[in-house]
Design a protein around this ligand. Structure first.
Ligand code: HEM
Length: 502
């Protein structure tokens, strides 16, 4: 009898398990293929929504942690095609690995797609951040900042400043032996960034900005709960402290500007000047036509611009040094090109200008190849504000779209042997550097305004580093999640061979 009840219980358990599997399978099937919404001719791309609630988030994050972050995209691309749907981080999403679709997503004018950041980032940025705003207000702010950072006048001026910062950093390495490259270079690029934004020189204010900014960005990816003691709360408090300092700088500058109003033309030296000039011009001359930028928006944006600027340039430089350490042939070529420029300028006793740096063709190819392979910003996230059709794909209103830049950079149909660091490929590819297949700085309306400044800063550092030091890098690996960096911070052993670095 006992034996019989055991059998019944065992059979019942099997039935219950089978029913559960069927139910889960049904839910999975529904999410995977049953909900294949179509509208007119266009269809929501094929794909899987994964598990209820979780979607495919775990797989997405796991691939980010792996040595091949593009594997999430590659697997689905082979199953569903270049554009597929998924469900990541709590939202239904269309993922594009197609350069043409990416181009449309990047180029839109904010009437179809708006930036889509996680809640913690939205809280920390505020509505009036250049990274979140849309429409005419965004266009105006973007073109003011981009116009200034691209201007020959700015590049000529900042070149001297970057050179001084690079030289003093290198001078401090002369007797160090071992340098933790990633951390050291981050200190250096922060100095340049703060100079560009608000002309703060090394000293108390710079130290304060660095300390509080580090506290502020810790909350960018966190649980979005704003209670005392939480990460988000601490980061918001750090932003308040940053704002106080930036407000002081902006107000002092505005006062100076009003005092100097009689001057013929005031030289614009940083982003604070650019935004204030707009504020003053508009309040004095164009009143009634357009609204000037209020001071709180200026101050907020100075801090918010530090977010895309702070980690990207040092990461690019760190990975350039990593790739060059592993490619002695490329390093030799780079050194020769830069030694030639140094020799020429030393003998004519001329300063190296920004155009000299930018004319170093192989150096520029090393930078392009680093940016392609590093994929510092590997994707751009947007949200559709209405139903959008691109090619034959439908992106429903409210869905996110992820334009995967890394998938194109690592596609063997676009780049031969994409995992190989090969700066020479750019000689053969020529103009492709600006096409939709090479988008390390994004594109369209939100194309990175720091593009030329970043390339210039990287060129200047590479020039001075390879012409004054040799180095040996210790074993280290690139990690890609949540942001791209070297796992051990890239320790290198440096030896100066040309001592006049200071
Ligand atoms: C290697 C260095 C850099 C890389 C790879 C990079 C990459 C990018 C990318 C991909 C975007 C587009 C984001 C989107 O479409 O949502 C972007 C936007 C932006 N970047 Fe950069 N960036 C770099 C350096 C800088 C620097 C140095 C600054 C500041 C001086 C800066 C300021 C910005 C700003 C303000 C935006 C937002 C533009 C807008 O939404 O209108 N970036 N960057």
């Amino acid at each position: 009898m006992v034996c019989c009840w055991d059998d019944v219980a065992a059979s019942l358990s099997i039935v219950v398990v089978l029913l559960l599997l069927l139910l889960l399978g049904g839910i999975f099937w529904y999410y995977s293929c049953g909900n294949d919404g179509a509208k007119g001719g266009a269809r929501i791309p094929k794909g899987s929504s994964g598990w209820p609630l979780l979607g495919e988030t775990l797989d997405f994050i796991a691939s980010g942690y792996s040595s091949k972050p593009v594997s999430f995209m590659d697997k689905r691309k082979s199953l569903y095609g270049e554009v597929f749907r998924s469900h990541i981080l709590g939202t239904p999403i269309v993922v594009s690995t197609d350069p043409e679709v990416n181009k449309v997503v990047l180029q839109n004018h904010g009437s179809t797609f708006v930036p889509a950041y996680p809640k913690s980032i939205r809280e920390l940025l505020g509505q009036n951040s250049i990274l979140q705003m849309n429409g005419n207000q965004h266009k105006r702010l973007h073109s003011l900042i981009g116009g200034f950072l691209r201007s020959p006048h700015f590049k000529a001026w900042i070149t001297g400043d970057i050179q001084r910062t690079v030289k003093s950093t290198l001078a401090s390495w002369e007797h160090s032996g071992e340098v933790l490259f990633q951390a050291e270079i981050r200190k250096m690029t922060f100095k340049v960034l703060v100079k560009v934004l608000m002309s703060v020189d090394p000293g108390e204010d710079l130290d304060f900005l660095k300390r509080e900014f580090e506290e502020f960005i810790k909350g960018l990816i966190c649980v979005p709960i704003k209670l005392p003691g939480t990460r988000l709360y601490k980061s918001l408090k750090a932003k308040e402290r940053l704002l106080k300092l930036v407000e002081r700088i902006v107000k002092e500058r505005k006062f100076d500007m009003e005092e100097e109003r009689s001057d013929e033309k005031r030289m614009v030296k940083d982003v604070v000047d650019v935004l204030l000039q707009e504020n003053c011009d508009i309040s004095n001359e164009k009143q009634g036509q357009v609204q000037g930028l209020p001071l709180d928006i200026i101050c907020g944006n100075i801090i918010e611009m530090m977010i895309p600027g702070e980690e990207t340039v040092p990461t690019a430089l760190t990975l350039a040094i990593k790739f060059l350490s592993d490619s002695p042939h490329a390093l030799k070529h780079l050194k020769e090109e830069n030694m030639e420029l140094k020799g020429r300028k030393d003998s004519s006793r001329e300063e190296i200008s920004w155009t000299d740096y930018m004319s170093l063709q192989f150096t520029q190819n090393v930078i392009s190849e680093t940016l392609r392979l590093a994929n510092i910003i590997n994707a751009v996230w947007r949200k559709a504000v209405k139903d959008v059709e691109i090619k034959d794909y439908l992106i429903p209103q409210g869905w996110c779209v992820l334009a995967s830049l890394i998938s194109v950079h690592m596609d063997d149909k676009v780049y031969e042997n994409p995992y190989e660091f090969n700066p020479w490929r750019w000689e053969e590819m020529g103009g492709t550097a600006n096409s939709s297949s090479f988008t390390p700085f994004g594109g369209g309306q939100r194309l990175c305004p720091g593009l030329e400044l970043s390339r210039l800063e990287i060129s200047i550092f590479l020039h001075h580093f390879v012409t004054t030091f040799s180095w040996v890098a210790e074993e280290d690996v690139v990690v890609s999640f949540p942001t791209v960096k070297m796992k051990r911070g890239l320790p290198i052993r440096v030896t100066p061979f040309c001592l006049n670095v200071a």
